[in-house]
Design a protein around this ligand. Structure first.
Ligand code: ZN
Length: 297
């Protein structure tokens, strides 16, 4: 029996695209920052090529606009290209009309370079869903309606996690019903623990957790015939990563054991089968996925 294919995704952004650092590197100064993303994307592409894996790359509109050759490189290797928005601002900090114009701007830029229609979106910092910070509930389900309205097929922005996401959201792909049509949601891999879910599919969770725990979790999902989704940022594998000044918790989330990222990532893609979101999506009978109303998330 063929092993189930999991999903590998890359958020194509550079080292200065960390949310809430406008005081250090506002958008108006991004063009003064050293471009390091290209060589890191090249390294990822080579690793995927060596393993005959084609994944999904969520490209930031700003990166596509400034460095169209990066989109051409990814496209040339046969990977799926999707959008990560334009300015890397969290969705719940945007007005709906600004979200829509960013979405369409990034889609237009990327499509005009690749020549292919894109169908997927990922929000910066998993910023769609119900996140609870202090007493603030930050809802952004309207963004899912706009994605459906703009013809997107899928989203990958709702983390089933406390603090940054919707803690009780599903941990495997599901259908979201909106008044403009359905959106298929692809959540990141998490490991269920007594403290709640831990984001082992990427970021600090991937770097901090034992490999054996990550491996066993992927196995459990796959044995239940469910794909898992992992994610990587090009800056996480940069050997000379320039570091921004961040508050302690964010510094830990972004830079804690960052040098472990690449080896762990390679170990996972060596051990399991991986492909793109679009490949998994086209193999699905959508009617068999669990269905959620957009307002329940
Ligand atoms: Zn991002």
């Amino acid at each position: 029996m063929k092993a189930i294919s999991n999903i590998v995704t890359v958020d194509v952004e550079d080292w200065y695209h960390i949310c809430d650092t406008d005081d250090q590197v506002p958008l108006s100064k991004w063009d003064k920052c050293e471009c390091r993303v290209k060589k890191n994307v090249e390294k990822i592409l080579q690793a995927l090529l060596n393993r005959n894996i084609r994944g999904t790359f969520f490209v930031l509109g700003y990166i596509a606009e400034c460095y169209p050759e990066i989109v051409r490189m990814i496209n040339g290797e046969g990977h799926e290209i999707a959008t990560h928005g334009y300015s890397h601002m969290q969705v719940y900090k945007q007005k709906p009309e600004d979200f829509k114009s960013e979405l369409e701007r990034s889609k237009h830029i990327i499509e005009s370079i690749s020549g292919k229609a894109l169908s997927g979106y990922r929000a910066p910092e998993w910023s769609i869903g119900r996140r609870i910070a202090g007493n603030n509930r930050k809802m952004s389900h309207w963004a899912l309606e706009m994605l459906a309205q703009s013809g997107f097929q899928y989203d990958s922005s709702i983390a089933p996690l406390r603090i940054i996401g919707t803690p009780d959201a599903p941990t495997s792909p599901y259908t979201i019903k909106t008044r403009y049509g359905d959106i298929i949601e692809f959540p990141p891999l998490v490991m269920s623990t007594f403290m709640g879910n831990i984001p082992i599919g990427g970021g600090w969770g991937l770097r901090m957790m034992n490999y054996i725990d990550i491996k066993n979790t992927i196995r459990r999902f796959n044995q239940a015939n469910k794909p898992v989704l992992i994610y990587l940022h090009p800056w996480e594998i940069d050997e000379d990563l320039p570091r921004l000044r961040l508050p302690l918790a964010k510094r830990f989330a972004c830079y804690g054991r960052v040098k472990n990222t690449w080896a762990k990532f390679l170990r996972i893609i060596d051990e399991f089968e991986f492909t793109s979101i679009q490949t998994v999506l086209s193999s699905y009978d959508h009617t068999q996925l669990p269905i959620y109303d957009v307002h329940s998330l």
